[in-house]
Design a protein around this ligand. Structure first.
Ligand code: ATP
Length: 343
């Protein structure tokens, strides 16, 4: 529905400090037009600072920021062609759904007929038909974020920035909204950047993930690339439900690997004593220290060679209990080469 504007985003050697604290250290990012990119990292790793510099809400101390080929360091926020959706970017409380979405178009002094057509189109797009006259307090959290999204794209920005857009929404609705957002962004074709600390969200939503840590870009890649080929100890340990093992060479099958490694539960086979084992030569003994029922899966904590690792059993499998001796076959580990560590 919207015309695709030329859009592409680049940060070149960008630095930003608050007092003496370096929130962004030599950030280099390149985002393709039409891509949905997730800035993923732990709290305080500098994700929001990057977003704010793109939006012009913070100024970079050094480096260059380009949006659609234009250097925007000195361009005012309102002239950057950006749509914003923040977790706490509250809707106007005393404006209806319709008025909220129309706001930016009125500021642009678009003519009445255009505004009406565009707002109705957006209301349809975000699935809020019939709710035009409601006020934000009469909407669910998910519906409010739909309004926020429609409002953000109403003026056809060239870049959409979303900061933890679903953080305030409960788990089930959040998952639905995630799928909804992905489809919608495809449909609208707008280059988008989502800040999140939720790896599941980033893996599911994004074309590309930019992993941040201590103000730096740790790794960039497609979700499967980042997940399956973590390049730094931090990336290996941050993605997935991991156990970091100090001395992996003590584990059967990994004798040649020096130092640390990460074990992910999906690569761990657990066998109860009476179950037949496929790889008998490569199993280790372990003791079940905890059993957690997760609904669709049983999560186990296992003591093995002085470490604790996480493993899964399917709900349909014979259940093991706390204190039980089991056999463990580890199919794959992620080596952590500390010499490649970034500070
Ligand atoms: P979160 O997920 O918790 O929002 P984040 O990765 O988005 O974290 P930022 O908000 O970018 O992190 O903050 C990075 C660091 O910079 C934090 O340590 C934060 O305390 C600091 N910081 C951010 N804004 C300011 C500011 N205006 N003044 C001082 N320090 C700041």
């Amino acid at each position: 529905m919207s015309e695709k504007k030329e859009s592409y985003v680049e940060l070149k050697n960008v630095n930003k400090s608050f007092g003496g604290f370096e929130a962004s250290k030599d950030i280099n990012i390149n985002i393709k037009k039409g891509h949905l990119v997730a800035l993923l990292g732990p709290s305080g790793s500098g994700k929001t600072t990057i977003l704010k510099m793109l939006a012009g809400l913070e100024n970079a101390d050094s480096g260059d920021i380009y949006i659609a080929g234009t250097r925007v360091n000195d361009v005012k926020p309102k002239d950057r062609g950006i749509g914003l959706v923040f977790q706490s970017y509250a809707l106007f409380r005393y404006k209806t759904v319709y008025e909220n979405i129309a706001f930016g178009l009125k500021i642009e002094k678009r003519d009445k007929n255009y505004i009406k057509k565009r707002v109705n189109e957006l209301i349809e797009l975000v699935g809020l038909k019939g709710m035009e006259k409601r006020y934000p307090r009469q909407l669910s959290g998910g519906q409010r974020q739909r309004v926020a999204f429609a409002r953000a794209i109403a003026t056809q920005p060239q870049l959409l920035l979303l900061d933890e857009p679903f953080a305030a929404i409960d788990t089930k609705v959040r998952k639905e909204l995630r799928g909804w957002l992905r489809e919608l962004i495809n449909e609208v074709g707008i280059t988008s950047i989502v800040v999140t600390h939720d790896q599941e969200e980033a893996l599911e939503l994004a074309d590309e993930i930019i992993l941040t840590n201590h103000g730096k870009v740790e790794q960039t890649g497609t979700p499967s690339d980042i997940y399956n080929n973590p390049k730094t100890p931090f990336a290996a340990a941050f993605l997935g439900d991991n156990s970091v093992i100090e001395n992996i060479s003590e584990f059967k099958g990994f004798e040649g690997i020096p130092g640390k490694a990460v074990i992910r539960p999906e690569f761990v086979n657990v066998y109860a004593q009476d179950e037949s084992i496929e790889h008998a030569a490569s199993v280790d003994d372990a003791v079940v220290s905890k059993v957690v029922f997760k609904g669709n899966i049983i999560e186990l904590k296992l003591n093995i060679k002085g470490s604790e690792i996480t493993a899964y059993r399917n709900v349909g499998q014979k259940q093991v209990i706390q204190g039980e001796n089991v056999k463990v076959f580890i199919r794959k580990v992620f080596e952590i080469d500390d010499t490649k560590a970034s500070s």
